[in-house]
Design a protein around this ligand. Sequence first.
Ligand SMILES: [Ca+2]
Length: 233
Amino acid sequence: MKTIFLAFIVLSLAMSCSSSDPEPEPNQESPIIEEETNDPPPEEKCYIVNKDGLLIIEGESFELKGKWRIVEDDKATGGKYIEYYGSNSYQSQNLDNEISVKFKVDAAATYLVRWYMRQPDEAEGDKSNDVWIYFPGNIGLARHNGEDVTLEHYEKFVSRGKGEFTYGGALDMHNPKYSSWMRVRFPAAGEYILKICARSEFFQLDKLVLSTGMPDGDAETRSKTLSETIKCE
Ligand SMILES: [Ca+2]
């Protein structure tokens, strides 16, 4: 009786070993090797880049949050623009409605900052025609009394246009009050960020147009129907 019982224990131990031990090893090794051979190539990353002196950034490429939305419209490049549908924020920035976009430039250069924007048809005068704008790293520049002014925080950026998306855009500075073209000086090739914060309700942005090495009129003509350039690497 004792012998049979011992034999039963030995047998059941042997069975439990044989059923649990050998299995994991071959199962764990072979599928992993197979997965490695089937791995896709490293994931491509795509960037908005400059091309032929123009760095175009579509409004719809911004990472939207708060009360910004994309609207489809054949009049807009890429068939889309973005609209701010929250309330006015004239005195300061409400960061709930701050949006940003990343892009790359391939060389150190200074660009003029312009845009294609539109006011809604029913907007009076200078309503719905501006945003707060800022390039992190304090690389934005204004010009005052013949001197460059480094832009260290958000400033008001403004223009006018109705019906068609209209080329324009200038800084409206306060303390002291003056207006200025806006430029951005990229110190080296690399990745940069542009931030926009909502200021006026129902403002519409088709695209930003940054240009270098050409007259502003050329930048306007060349960018009118041109969309952003995307490069994947
Ligand atoms: Ca657009």
